[in-house]
Design a protein. Structure first.
Length: 338
């Protein structure tokens, strides 16, 4: 009888799980050339009958805005969010996006260094980290025009040669924007007013701007300090060179969390734990071109050799961001029409 009850219970659970979907919002490059497919295959193997659904039509900032809007309207939304940049964490927490996490269900979290974790892991946990900086195409930009400081971006010779991302819709765009505020203090609007005169275009997200770099439409852009590793591994040459003006680059940690309205709490925790596993984390360097959060994950030799770590990482206190960001962005938007 006991055996029969176990079999009936297992059958019931399988029937219940069959057709269940776990919906994850993330950013476009995580799906298009990131580890999303490998995660989906591993997760669905471990949870028969559960379908992992990725939704990623835009950059992470766009997806966060969509999630917030859906929550406020009471619409059906995602179960999990993957790709929350650290500079966006205050916004997400202020809007009550995530439910509290149960660290006991995240066994792989123990291998994540404390310096990457934020807020005691109560609502979000990190899965990768890196540095936002400047990148240039060594094929297209003469050495004498390579900027060595942020102020060098204002040189008239660079007019029409720079592509940036919108800080309102792009997490690396926001990181670069905050970097300039740290660098220039109250003088940042004057810097941006001059910088925009040299900018070819401001894209909504990182993917569009990097596509322009790869297509040769612009030789300078905001991207990541791992792009030399990307170029070496992908092209066999260091076509894209990383600049760390005066040794700087803006530190970016990416987080994930469980949406507060989900009813699939156990599955959501299982997904987060899978993403933190060494097997998935070892895919991060050559799919996301970021450093894995799990210290046990191995990094490919060429990635370790060519990925740049700025000597002076730049950060900005989350509380300062939370208190000032909306005003800063209004000021920035006003500069676009000048």
């Amino acid at each position: 009888m006991k055996r029969l009850l176990v079999l009936v219970g297992a059958a019931f659970l399988a029937l219940y799980a069959w057709g269940t979907e776990l919906v994850v919002y993330t950013y476009d490059s995580f799906v298009s050339w990131g580890p999303a497919l490998a995660i989906k295959e591993a997760f669905e193997r471990a949870h028969p009958g559960v379908k992992l659904v990725w939704i990623a039509p835009g950059d992470s900032s766009e997806m966060l805005a969509r999630l917030i809007a859906e929550l406020e309207l009471g619409l059906p939304t995602a179960d999990v969010f993957v790709g929350l940049a650290d500079v966006e964490v205050p916004r997400a927490l202020a809007r009550n996006v995530f439910r509290p996490l149960d660290p006991g269900r995240l066994q792989n979290l123990r291998d994540v260094p404390p310096e990457l974790r934020i807020g005691g892991d109560r609502f979000v946990v990190p899965y990768d980290h890196g540095y936002v900086t400047l990148v240039y195409d060594a094929r297209a930009l003469p050495e004498e025009l390579v900027p060595r400081t942020l102020t060098d971006l204002l040189r008239p010779e660079l007019k029409g040669k720079i592509v940036l991302q919108d800080p309102r819709t792009s997490s690396p765009g926001l990181s670069f924007f905050l970097w300039t505020i740290v660098r220039y203090g109250e003088g940042w609007p004057a810097f941006w007013e001059k910088l925009l005169r040299n900018v070819l275009t401001v894209t909504r997200g990182w993917s569009e701007s990097f596509d322009m770099l790869e297509a040769g439409e612009a030789p300078i852009g905001v991207s990541y300090a791992t792009d030399e590793a990307y170029a070496q591994i992908t092209y066999g040459e260091r076509r894209f060179r990383v600049l760390t003006p005066e040794g700087e680059g803006f530190r970016q940690v990416e987080y994930m969390g469980i949406v507060r309205t989900t009813t699939k709490v156990e599955l959501a925790h299982a997904l987060l734990d899978l993403i933190l596993s060494p097997e998935i984390q070892e895919l991060i360097p050559t799919s996301q071109w970021m450093f894995p959060a799990n210290a046990r994950a191995r990094v490919p030799e060429e990635f370790a050799r060519y990925a740049v770590i700025p000597a002076r990482p730049v950060t900005l206190d989350p509380e300062t961001i939370a208190q000032n960001l909306s005003g800063w962005l209004r000021t920035w938007q006003g500069l676009l029409g000048r």
